[in-house]
Design a protein around this ligand. Structure first.
Ligand code: DHB
Ligand code: FE
Length: 281
């Protein structure tokens, strides 16, 4: 049987990818950020997942305002890195896991989550930057990756509660896949940031740290927080944090915190990061 052993949450700032790709990771501005992921790289090298189910949002790279799936699952064999403002990143092609992805699509849809099935999709910084933070700069990504895109760009995004429940359904789906696979679920985006308008540059460390606390200890309470609170307190792009609840829902009610990191600034964004282990796995 496949099983979910852990969850990883991290911000996905595109400038982090550009810093790595352009050899700036050792610069004074970036070094403290990358230092916070050294333990994470060691952790995932020891964990050796077979598959990462990576929950992220597309930033108008694969989708546009012409087509806005609330939840989309990538069932393809592979996914090409997409243009991200700095141009497509020089990172390896992302290899999918079509058998597990189709199983997830079937299980989730029959479990009443109306997933959009995507057989061709480019993947942007929302997906590739978390892989770079966790794996560095390998010639090939060391495991398969199933992209699960959530709309948090065009109002209305799914509620926190819907995201938590999707995570719970993902767990049921993974655990009904007969092959022995070790799956780690990633939730990406956030933390507080606002990229446009009079409040551009907003950071709220108090909100972010309370979110980290509650995601671990009180996921149901965090899932009840309405969109407006995220946007008011964490900025217009802070709403990306609802995707962390998908990851959290896929884990045990009580989790082990293997790593926690918070750092400001990275571009316009407060970077948050958690590694949560499933005691039952
Ligand atoms: C930034 C952060 C994001 O999450 C994003 O998608 C784009 C830009 C930033 O801080 O610059
Ligand atoms: Fe983003």
């Amino acid at each position: 049987m496949a099983r979910i052993t852990a969850g990883v949450a991290t911000s996905h700032v595109p400038a982090i990818g550009a810093a790595l790709d352009n050899g700036k990771a050792g610069d004074a501005y970036w070094a403290p950020l990358f230092a916070g992921y050294e333990a994470s790289k060691a952790w995932i090298a020891a964990e050796k997942p077979d598959v990462i189910l990576l929950v992220y949002n597309d930033h108008a790279s694969a989708f546009s305002l012409e087509l806005i799936p609330t939840f989309a699952i990538g069932c393809a064999e592979r996914f090409q890195p997409a243009d991200e403002g700095w141009g497509p990143r020089p990172v390896p092609v992302v290899e999918g896991h079509p058998e597990l992805a189709w199983h997830l699509a079937e299980s989730l849809i029959l479990d009443e989550f109306d997933m959009t099935i995507v057989n061709r999709m480019d993947v942007d910084h929302g997906l590739t930057v978390p892989l770079s933070l966790m794996f560095g700069q390998p010639d090939a990504w060391p495991c398969k990756v199933i992209p699960l895109a959530v709309n948090v760009v065009q109002y209305p995004p799914p509620t926190g509660n819907r995201c938590l429940k999707l995570g719970q359904a993902i767990r049921r789906a993974v655990e009904s896949f007969p092959e022995d696979l070790k799956v780690v679920v990633f939730g990406t985006g956030g933390m507080s940031h606002q990229l446009q308008g009079p409040r551009a540059g907003l950071i709220n460390a108090e909100f972010d740290n309370a979110f980290l606390d509650r995601l671990v200890a009180d996921p149901e309470g965090q899932a009840a927080v309405p969109h407006l609170d995220y946007v008011r307190e964490a900025g217009s792009e802070g709403i990306e944090l609802v995707m962390w609840l998908v990851m959290r829902g896929a884990l045990d009610r009580e989790v082990r915190v293997a790593h926690r990191f918070y750092h400001v600034p990275a571009s316009n964004t407060a970077v948050g990061h958690l590694i949560l282990e499933n005691p039952s796995a």
